[in-house]
Every structure is written in C-alpha cells, then in structure tokens.
Design a protein around this ligand. Structure first.
Ligand SMILES: Cc1cc2nc3c(=O)[nH]c(=O)nc-3n(C[C@H](O)[C@H](O)[C@H](O)COP(=O)(O)O)c2cc1C
Length: 208
C-alpha cells in the first residue's frame, strides 16, 4: 500500500500558507493513490527534546546493550524514523523563519539523522540509508529569494534541506516555493489569487 508522510511545521494554523499547500498535496495524493495511507506529523504538536549526551551515547551503543535510560532517550527518534521508513513518499510544509527552517523542524532533523538507522559512514564516506523515497518540500516565505537577486543568498532553507535529505539518502527532492507571502499582510493581493499558482503546481505534482 502506498504511504505518504506529511510533516507540518508552521505555527500559524489556519493562516498558514505551507499548511494549505500540504493539505492540497495530501488531497491530490489520496485521489491518485486510492487506498493509500497518509501519516500526519504536526511538529507544533510534537514535544521533541533537543538531543543530549545520553541520546548521543545511546545512538552509538548497540541496541541490545542499551540501558533503560538510553532506550528512553531514543524513543522519539525511533518513532519518527519508523514513520520515515514506513512511508514511500514525503511532503513537508516549511515556513521560512529567520532565513532558515523553524526550530521544531530542526529538532525533528536532529532526531532522525541517526548513525546506523538513516545514515552510515563507510570507506567511501557517508551513505544515506533511506533509499527509494521521494520528497516534496513546500516552502513559504514572506520575501522573494529568486535566483540572481540580492536576496537569493539569504535563502538557507533550500540548500540546507537538500543537504539534509541527501545525507539520509533521499535524493529525489522536489521543491515548490510560495514566495512573497508578506504581500498578503499588506492586503495588496488576496489569499486565493496568491495561492492559486502554487496550489496548481502542488496538485499536478502530487498526482504524478
Ligand atoms: C518567526 C518568523 C520569522 C520569519 N522570518 C522570515 C525570514 O527570515 N524571511 C522571510 O522571507 N520571511 C520570514 N517570515 C515570514 C514567513 O516566512 C511567512 O509568513 C510564511 O508565509 C510562513 O509560512 P506559513 O504561512 O506556512 O507559516 C517569518 C515569519 C515568522 C513568524
């Protein structure tokens, strides 16, 4: 059965642009995959701790030799990695926060980037272990970071996420950006008009 993992990280609820896009993606994906399963992970409702020394020690201790504290430290990581393993396709809603990703998404990345589970180091360097997956990143930003503009180098979201997904083995990554959402605040454009081109792109990509 086809399985989609949908991860949201915007704190803006119904006002969020990235959530609107992930919802459209999931709806179109369901139509294209009758009987498919959607796993929803809302990072604003998931209490993830930052990794600490116990977590790191546990990750490098063989599974059957871990103490109870070590197993507990890895519990959230185990759950999130199981979701990544179970799904064949991922969609992420990513609001740009301070030129980068929201801290909740960074906490998620720190929990899922785990030696022996999602990557390994061998003679040829790092190797991602989540192979055969594809990801779509739906990124919303207040500003516009078009290639070749003075703003472009300030977009740390796209290169960072591409690097992270590549590191854990997910190299089939599509990015759809809804840039310039600040126009909505000024009332220059209405929400429906602003969203229409992005929703159309998302709909056709999710139906592939
Ligand atoms: C805490 C915070 C930081 C933000 N930082 C940036 C930024 O650095 N650059 C930018 O273009 N927009 C920034 N924005 C605007 C958001 O990227 C924009 O509102 C976008 O629509 C967020 O996605 P969402 O609507 O799904 O929450 C920021 C918004 C918030 C709430």
């Amino acid at each position: 059965m086809a399985t989609l993992l949908k991860v949201d990280s915007s704190p803006m609820g119904d006002h969020s642009i990235s959530r609107k896009l992930t919802a459209q993606f999931a709806a179109s994906w369901r139509k294209a995959h009758p009987g498919g399963e959607v796993i929803s992970r809302d990072l604003t409702r998931t209490d993830l701790p930052p990794v600490n020394g116990v977590w790191v020690g546990a990750a490098y201790t063989p599974e059957d030799a871990r103490s109870r504290d070590q197993r507990e430290a890895l519990a959230a990581s185990d759950t999130l990695i199981a979701e990544l393993e179970r799904a064949d396709e991922y969609v992420f809603g990513v609001p740009m926060h301070n030129f980068s990703i929201p801290s909740t998404l960074k906490l998620w990345i720190d929990q899922v980037a785990r030696a022996g589970k999602t990557f390994s180091y061998g003679a040829d360097g790092p190797k991602g272990l989540l192979t055969g997956k594809k990801a779509t990143l739906l990124i919303a930003s207040g500003g516009v970071y078009e290639h070749g503009t003075a703003m472009a180098p300030l977009n740390f979201v796209t290169p960072y996420l591409k690097a992270v997904f590549g590191f854990i083995g997910v190299t089939d990554v599509t990015i759809i950006s809804a840039e310039g959402t600040a126009q909505l605040m000024s009332g220059k454009v209405d929400r429906q008009t602003f969203l229409a081109p992005s929703l159309e792109k998302v709909q056709s990509h999710a139906s592939l």
